[in-house]
Design a protein around this ligand. Structure first.
Ligand code: BMA
Length: 340
């Protein structure tokens, strides 16, 4: 039993490994990483930045597959243990609300979040520029694309797993058309996933924490805990050799999630292994989803590594919450409600 409570389901079959004695920091890697290697299915050179959820007696996920023509799309995958995956060879066949084919021109960094009885996929799509795409499914057979929630340019759409005050809540990071050298996280609300508003600022890039000084972006869907919403996100620094992506963690206020309660000054995972440091884009850790067991407090984090692989990392809700609280620093006006 954990001290900090996770509000969610029990998940005894989730992937898990105990913390090794030589682990550094509050998050540790799976010893058999990467769990997804190169050339995972015909016509797809790399899978990374992908999201999974429990489904039937195992797991299902949406996978960013970089095709051999270089264009990313989303593929469906299934697993009994959350570690070994098989994929549909065709891209997810999105349709519009009339049931007609409605495929994005490209699709990357998909998140997958269950709200009530529906699963939502949010990804980066082409909407006359990079913007958020949104689709829903109940059965992982029919995938209905909805209107794109925001204007371009915007990335890193992360939906909360339940409505707050009757509204869906979505984190996002307004950006530019390229490899955006700036960016903070904002939150928006919608009663119906059609009309969006009540926009607020959530978190600013790091003031005096260089690992996240360039930009930050939402990662995995927030985990509801007795301390607030636990969010794993990515923070980016610029170096003379390019960007470096690390994983950060913070806790948002339960009732008013545009307020940051605690935010770790330190990264919780940074590129150190060959599969994080070397690849299509070197030095990238990009957290996208988690699996949690409410009974034990175990958390498994799925992250993209070097835009080439999928890695798995672990922590417990007690350990990560204690770490974030102990290493909390006030950062800009993160603690404010986020309206100007
Ligand atoms: C971001 C996105 C991610 C990618 C990261 C590092 O802008 O494109 O998909 O993992 O850059 O290349």
């Amino acid at each position: 039993m954990s001290n900090v409570k996770i509000y969610g389901q029990e998940l005894a079959n989730m992937p898990w490994q105990e913390k090794p004695a030589d682990a550094v920091g509050p998050v540790w890697r799976y010893s058999k990483n990467p769990i997804i290697d190169r050339n995972p299915l015909p016509g797809v050179a790399r899978i990374f930045n992908s999201a999974v959820v429990p489904w039937e007696d195992g797991f299902i996920g949406v996978f960013r597959g970089e095709q051999v023509n270089g264009v990313p799309h989303i593929y469906l995958g299934r697993s009994k243990d959350g570690i070994h995956w098989t994929y549909d060879t065709q891209k997810i066949p999105f349709v519009n609300e009339k049931g007609e084919p409605f495929m994005p021109r490209y699709a990357y960094d998909p998140r997958l979040v269950q709200v009530e009885d529906t699963y939502y996929i949010i990804w980066c799509t082409d909407f006359y520029g990079a913007a958020l795409g949104l689709a829903k499914t109940k059965d992982f057979k029919t995938f209905v694309r909805l209107d794109n929630p925001f204007l371009p340019f915007n990335r890193n759409g992360v939906l909360f797993p339940r409505k707050l005050n009757g509204n869906f809540c979505l984190l996002s990071r307004p950006s530019d058309s390229g490899h955006t050298p700036f960016g903070d996280v904002f939150i928006s609300e919608s009663p119906d996933l059609v009309y969006w508003g009540k926009h607020k600022h959530v978190m600013t890039r790091g003031y005096n924490q260089w690992w996240q000084s360039l930009k930050i972006g939402g990662g995995a869907a927030p985990i509801e805990t007795s301390e607030g919403w636990l969010l794993f996100y990515h923070g980016v620094t610029g170096t003379c050799n390019g960007y470096v992506y690390s994983m950060g963690a913070c806790i948002l206020d339960k009732e008013e999630p545009s307020r940051v309660k605690y935010r770790s000054e330190n990264f919780v995972l940074t590129p150190e292994t060959w599969y994080e440091e070397r690849g299509f884009v070197a030095n990238v850790i990009f957290p996208v989803s988690t699996l949690c067991d409410a009974k034990t407090g175990r958390i498994a984090i799925y992250y993209g590594a070097a835009d080439s692989y999928v890695g798995l990392a672990f922590t417990t809700v007690d350990e990560i919450v204690a770490y974030v609280k102990e290493n909390h620093v006030e950062n800009g006006d993160d603690g404010q409600i986020g309206i100007m």
